[in-house]
Ligand binder design. Structure first.
Ligand SMILES: NC(=O)c1ccc[n+]([C@@H]2O[C@H](COP(=O)([O-])OP(=O)(O)OC[C@H]3O[C@@H](n4cnc5c(N)ncnc54)[C@H](O)[C@@H]3O)[C@@H](O)[C@H]2O)c1
Length: 245
């Protein structure tokens, strides 16, 4: 029996990086997965890869900031798999721009994807999970939800928001079977980090390496499965020691 045997998990940002690594681990643990991403090409290719290994997986091209598209994700998931047990609320964007040059539109877009998108996906998940008497939500925040950094005002504000959204939802649904926790990654070797930034970010990390998406997936699995049944409203910071400094 896998740790997520016969569970249905929606994974946003599921075509790449941390989301894709988590999808692989979830199906290895018996889950059926719904991959949600804006990247149609990568999503379809990954869906085919998972299916060819015998997994039950579907890809849905959708934008987590669009209410109609979010509603459609849940409608299709229920039609296809009958329920939603786990939401890995992970889609995100980030870019470094000095604050004095940051167009307001870029601030809005970052907060829209990294905070509003997390809210919309969680709200829709909660509606389904209340019908089924429970579920687990794991939001991807960041170590930059805990500490600041120059040039990432919008991203860091949104990720700090995700941490307190996580606590607030956890308390609201604590007696109704829905656990809500957050992952706070450090610098992880995924496409979100530009190639030229990888070496300097490695040097900033106490362990002197970037994290791997697979290392995030194991922490997500812990929060999504019954190994963490008394954990809610909390975070796992997996950052090679960065926030211990
Ligand atoms: N890699 C890191 O160093 C790091 C560190 C801390 C937090 N994070 C967070 O981890 C999460 C996953 O990032 P990753 O590192 O795997 O990067 P990634 O770029 O590989 O994956 C992010 C995915 O999200 C998708 N996406 C973006 N906007 C979307 C939207 N509006 N709707 C649907 N899908 C959308 C992208 O298409 C992409 O496939 C993000 O929330 C990111 O902020 C990453």
């Amino acid at each position: 029996m896998g740790k997520l045997q016969d569970k249905v998990a929606i994974i946003t940002g599921g075509a790449s990086g941390i989301g894709a690594a988590t999808a692989k681990l979830f199906v290895a643990e018996g889950a059926k997965v719904v991959l949600v991403d804006l990247n149609d090409g990568k999503g379809k290719e990954f869906e085919a890869q998972l299916k060819s290994s015998g997994a039950e997986a579907i890809f849905l091209k959708a934008n987590v900031t669009n209410e109609e598209e979010v509603a459609n994700i849940y409608k299709t998931t229920i039609e296809t798999f009958g329920k939603v047990d786990v939401l890995f609320n992970n889609a995100g964007i980030g870019r470094v721009t000095p604050t004095e040059e940051l167009p307001y539109a870029e601030w809005r877009n970052t907060v829209n994807v990294d905070l509003d998108g997390v809210f919309l996906m969680a709200q829709a998940a909660i509606k389904e999970m209340l019908k089924a008497n429970g579920g687990a939500i794991v939001n991807t925040a960041s170590m930059y939800g805990w500490v600041g950094s120059p040039g990432s005002a919008a991203y860091n504000a949104a990720k700090g928001g995700v941490i307190n959204l996580t606590r607030s939802l956890a308390l609201e649904y604590a007696t109704r079977g829905i656990r809500v926790n957050a992952l706070c990654p450090g610098f992880i070797d995924t496409p979100i980090i530009p190639e030229e930034s990888k070496e300097p970010l490695r040097q900033l990390t106490p362990m002197q390496r970037l994290g791997q998406a697979e290392e995030m997936a194991k922490a997500v699995l812990f929060m999504a499965c019954d190994d963490s049944t008394f954990m809610t409203g909390n975070t796992l910071t997996v950052d090679g020691g960065y926030t211990a400094q």
